[in-house]
Design a protein around this ligand. Structure first.
Ligand code: FE2
Ligand code: FE2
Length: 212
């Protein structure tokens, strides 16, 4: 991503936040992000949007995908009572949960020389990223905490952010996380929407860069 694209995405991100989120604490949270690498960080080290600016773009992709899932699928079933949930999900909750679901990745990646084999089987280095977690609290749970430093989250927003990785982030031993995840889906339609949006945006919208 070029510097111009990163700057454009930063402006689009803050505009989306200010358009859809009215909750107290938003400006303080944006001030916090301004002092971090949120707008320049990659979205992953080796998968979707593993490039400068990837994290901000991914967050917007998840929001736009979540809105389409809600508008195209969930809203109607919730309104006519054919699904397990009733009522409406505030657009503000979708915006908060989607735009801030991966704040755990702030100050998480750093640039590093990585190694791979070329066509001839020789080891060659390339400029990539590595994880350097200065606050290792987990994934969704860490995002919940960081947002909560600045903004009071609703119960369903906490559940949606906490469980956005779904089955991909369950502890290999013990069943308590699996039960909690299943319970969250049973209680909170927003949790299914954010998890699905993260999955779809990561896998269908976002390229992986092969560094030479
Ligand atoms: Fe995530
Ligand atoms: Fe994500």
């Amino acid at each position: 991503m070029t510097q111009e694209e990163i700057q454009k995405n930063k402006e689009a991100f803050t505009a989306l936040c200010r358009k859809h989120i009215r909750r107290e604490g938003l400006e303080a949270l944006l001030d916090y992000l301004e002092g971090t690498d949120f707008y320049t960080a990659p979205s992953s080290t080796a998968y979707h949007l593993n490039e400068d600016g990837g994290l901000c773009l991914h967050s917007m992709n998840v929001f736009r995908t979540a809105m389409r899932i809600y508008d195209g699928i969930a809203r109607e079933a919730m309104a006519d009572g054919t699904g397990p949930f009733e009522g409406e999900i505030p657009e503000e909750s979708i915006a908060i949960s989607a735009l801030f679901h991966d704040l755990c990745k702030v100050k998480l990646y750093r640039k590093a020389e990585r190694w791979k084999k070329d066509e001839a089987g020789r080891w060659v280095s390339y400029p990539g990223y590595e994880v350097s977690d200065e606050f290792p609290l987990g994934h969704g749970e860490k995002s919940c905490l960081i947002v909560s430093w600045y903004m009071k989250l609703r119960r369903d927003e906490l559940l949606a952010i906490r469980w956005h990785m779904g089955m991909f982030d369950l502890a290999p031993q013990g069943m308590s996380q699996s039960y909690s995840f299943r319970n969250a889906l049973d209680q909170c339609p927003l949790a299914s929407i954010i998890h699905a949006a993260d999955f779809i945006a990561s896998n269908l919208l976002e390229k992986t860069t092969q560094y030479k």
